[in-house]
Write a protein that binds this ligand. Structure first.
Ligand code: PLP
Length: 393
């Protein structure tokens, strides 16, 4: 018999059990239908059981699952080529998760300076509110004490500064600095977006001081903000970028993208992964891009984001005692609440709409990118009912 006590107690799981998914809907074991605007925390970019992804995975499963990185990989080469053709990058390393993509990004930045004769340059500047994963290095990069405590000394080489504080960034730069790491839109941190001006200044500063700009687009990438990658909004390009979540649409895939120059220290033997870039993952990643890069898809994301934005603005006006602010970009939406955010999330679950909590008392809406305007309106109506129930308490 299934028994939750058999599992590590690391997650505060909601007492809900889902059996299957259809587009933006999740269906519970008892047959209840939930509007899934959590999308596996920005992972199910094309919703559940998208026909193109299902077909691709099935047909790849009949051919080849795994070969390791001992041999050439046409699947990796094809997906890398498409990522390169659509971004700043010249080189790609495939991983299985976001944290691993960040690990590769951090190693790439350190090796760049090492290869240039500067092994002392291994520090990376990060920002308060960041979240970069749960490995030993990425908890140090994220800098949140609650994730660091109890796991031995914090990994060295991460210097954190307040959000968008350019003077603090300048002060933090030393002869040991290798690069600057940030999420263009902070996810876990509460849907805070770095301004275009700040990102441009950071880019210029990196150029001036020979620092590598590393972007974490694990959550905000792959169409989520209405551009393929969020850095495009600011008209800048990074040197290194970590991608995951949406690129696999639910299959575990991550990638570290870099310019040829930034990746120049990553020579044979410096990094590896048993599963990274396996044929199943590569087939699904390519299928996700077939959809996201199709003509008009990102326009669709922007159109639906507008429906959310307008609807949420009017809910904010109607329920000022519950909603303080609406934040985020595209379909990465934050509702900053005046009440504890968990209360709104619970009330939403009562109306059978799923969302995710974030820091700074925010409820995150991360609807699948295929959400239609009608489904968005359905979600807004459910959110309205949840807010009504809370305001009547
Ligand atoms: N970076 C960001 C911005 C994230 O949102 C996450 C996960 O939520 C990660 C990194 C870590 O990704 P993963 O959980 O796949 O290791």
């Amino acid at each position: 018999m299934a028994d939750a006590a058999t599992l590590y107690d690391t997650y505060a799981r909601a007492p809900m059990r889902f059996e299957r998914g259809e587009g933006v809907w999740l269906i519970s074991e008892s047959g209840e239908r939930y509007l899934d605007f959590a999308a596996g925390v920005a992972v199910n970019s094309l919703g559940h059981a998208h026909p193109h992804l299902v077909e691709t995975l099935k047909s790849q499963a009949e051919k080849l699952w795994h070969i390791s990185n001992l041999y050439e990989s046409p699947g990796q080469e094809k997906l890398a080529r498409r990522l390169i053709d659509n971004t700043f990058a010249d080189k790609v390393f495939f991983t299985n998760s976001g944290a691993e993509a960040l690990e590769c990004a951090i190693k790439t930045a350190r090796r760049y300076h090492y290869a240039k004769g500067h092994p002392e340059k291994f520090h990376i500047i990060t920002f308060e509110g960041a979240f970069h994963g749960r490995t030993i290095a990425t908890i140090a990069a994220g800098g949140q004490q609650k994730y660091i405590d109890g796991f031995g000394p914090k990994a060295p080489g991460f210097d954190q500064v307040p959000f968008e504080d350019m003077n603090a960034v300048r002060d933090a730069i030393s002869d040991a600095t290798a690069g600057i790491l940030l999420e263009p839109v902070q996810g876990e941190g509460g849907l805070r977006s770095f301004s275009k001006e700040f990102l441009r200044e950071i880019r210029a500063l990196c150029d001036e001081r020979d620092l590598l700009l590393i972007l974490d687009e694990v959550q905000c990438g792959v169409g989520r903000t209405g551009k393929l990658f969020a850095y495009e909004h600011a008209g800048i390009t990074p040197d290194i970028m970590a991608v995951a979540k949406g690129i696999g649409g639910g299959f575990p895939v991550g990638a570290c993208l870099a310019t040829a120059e930034a990746a120049s220290g990553m020579v044979a033997g410096t990094h590896g992964s048993t599963y990274g870039g396996n044929p199943l993952a590569m087939a699904v990643g390519a299928a996700v891009l077939d959809v996201v890069l199709a003509d008009g898809f990102l326009q669709h994301v922007n159109d639906v984001a507008l429906v959310f934005r307008q609807g949420l603005a009017s809910l904010k006006d109607r329920f000022p005692e519950i909603i303080e602010d609406i934040r985020g970009t595209g379909l990465m939406i934050g509702i900053k609440t005046k009440i504890p955010n968990a209360e709104l999330l619970t009330a939403m679950r009562g109306e059978k709409i799923l969302a995710v909590l974030a820091g700074d008392n925010v409820v995150r809406l991360l609807p699948p990118l295929i959400t239609t305007a009608e489904e968005a309106r359905e979600g807004l109506a459910r959110l309205e009912k949840a807010a009504e129930a809370l305001s009547k308490r």
